[in-house]
Design a protein around this ligand. Structure first.
Ligand SMILES: Cc1ncc(COP(=O)(O)O)c(C=O)c1O
Length: 435
């Protein structure tokens, strides 16, 4: 093992042995190399004549670039776009995002957490969680309504097992009892569990209430008190898109942070969906541990291991994308513009609810409770979801996603409010055609 990795492991073990035990074999091997970075930093201050350490090309003191590219970057200096970004991301972006997390999650006040590290959006953040914490045969506990890509990220690539539980209870709320049960059963077999919760949820568009969040935390605490270590990941891809008053307006992470020595809360979020820049690939990974050990040391170790995983995987994330998000934060119209887009999304969600209230659809489907995010899911009463998907695509030119035999996911995020009635009428027509 590299001596830097060993040093990091020793520090972590001393400050929080549970978090150390959560690391995968790969996570234990990870470290952040000092070599080039420390030599470049030294040269920056002392190499007054020639600094030949920088790993990019320069010209006239700025990053070398092609004018045919630069001319499109209005208001962005070459050095803000072309050079590599630091492995952990642009410092000003990390600072802004941390402020945003605290502002958006008042329950975090007085709690500690790491500074967010920039990821190439949330998919990459999930991959980093896998790198750090998931070994073959590890168990991931999550609801049965899940983003399909989790199976590639954790199952196909890392060999983890999925332990699901029914997402909804008979009261059409989040199945906190089912979660508790599955956690307890898994704890009988495993000393480490990765819990993966995604609210607002893809595919259902459900987000939890404060009471449900409290019940989830109680379950986690109880299982932790029995000696089980848990990495509790909040996939906050659709954070902030909450459309009903009863929904908790903050991340579950605000409540799992600092909860117990044996619970490491991990927040994955990003600009991709929240700020409607899907292709920019800007996300963040943030940690919050519990217990008495020095959180400063714990975050330093986890940060260096995360940076090592980034450097050894994709080297660093897009500098231009990060600059554009910083510019958005600096813009005076940012808050107003984001609010306007939120209102559009909310109006669509409310319109879907209104349309679905019509009793005429009763024989065709019920729908899973939804109150947030981009999507909602129909549960078909009689026809097969994939057969319906193909039929309405071929016959009416309507595209939806089939999930399993009975469910159809509809993205209201990309349907104009005035088209929503017609969209559901065509889906309904499709059901009637096949019945
Ligand atoms: C629940 C969930 N997590 C993560 C992602 C990935 O987001 P990103 O584009 O930021 O990688 C998605 C995208 O569909 C998602 O639905």
């Amino acid at each position: 093992m590299n001596t830097l990795a060993k040093e990091l492991n020793d520090q972590l073990q001393k400050e929080n042995a549970a978090v150390y035990a959560m690391l995968s074999k790969r996570g234990k091997e990870l470290f952040f190399p000092k070599g080039i970075l420390s030599q470049s930093a030294e040269a920056k201050t002392k190499a007054k004549k020639f600094n030949a350490t920088i790993g990019i090309a320069t010209e006239g003191g700025v990053a070398m670039h092609l004018p045919c590219i630069q001319k499109h970057l209005v208001g962005i200096a070459p050095n803000e776009a072309f050079p590599y970004a630091p492995a952990a991301g642009k410092p000003e972006l990390r600072k802004r995002w941390q402020e945003k997390i605290v502002t958006d999650n008042p329950s975090l006040r007085g709690k500690h957490m790491s500074q967010p590290i920039v990821t190439s959006a949330i998919t990459h953040g999930l991959g980093l969680v896998g790198d750090l914490f998931v070994d073959e045969g590890d168990v991931i506990v999550l609801p049965d309504k899940l983003w399909g890509n989790y199976r590639l990220i954790f199952g196909a690539r890392l060999g983890a097992h999925f332990q699901t539980f029914p997402m909804y209870n008979e009261r059409n709320g989040f199945n906190t009892d089912g979660f508790h049960q599955v956690l307890k059963e898994t704890a009988k077999k495993k000393s480490k569990i990765v819990v993966l919760l995604n609210f607002p949820n893809n595919p259902t568009g459900y987000s939890i209430t404060p009471q449900e969040a409290a019940a989830i935390c109680d379950a986690l605490k109880e299982v932790a008190s029995e000696g089980v270590n848990m990495v509790v990941v909040s996939d906050d891809a659709y954070f902030g898109l909450f459309y009903a008053d009863e929904v908790m307006q903050e991340s579950l992470f605000a409540h799992t942070a600092n909860l117990d020595e044996r619970i490491l809360a991990v927040k994955l979020d990003g600009a991709t969906k929240e700020q409607f820049v899907w292709g920019f690939r800007v996300g963040f990974i943030t940690f919050a541990s519990g217990g008495q050990g020095s959180s400063e040391v714990i975050y330093d170790v986890l940060g260096k291991k995360t940076m090592g995983a980034i450097r050894g995987g994709i080297s660093n994330c897009s500098h231009l994308s990060q600059t554009l998000i910083v510019k958005a934060f600096e813009s005076t119209s940012f808050v107003k513009e984001a609010r306007e887009k939120f209102e559009i999304m909310k109006a669509r969600a409310l319109k879907v609810k209104e349309v679905l209230d019509n009793e005429k659809y009763q024989d065709a489907w019920t729908h899973y409770p939804f109150n947030a995010g981009y999507f909602m899911c129909l549960r078909l009463a009689s026809v097969n979801a994939e057969a319906l998907r193909q039929h309405i695509l071929d016959t009416y030119g309507v595209g939806v996603i089939s999930v399993g035999d009975t469910d159809v996911r509809v993205a209201f995020s990309c349907t104009e409010v005035d088209d929503i009635q017609e969209l559901f009428d065509l889906i309904y027509q499709g059901v009637q055609d096949l019945s």
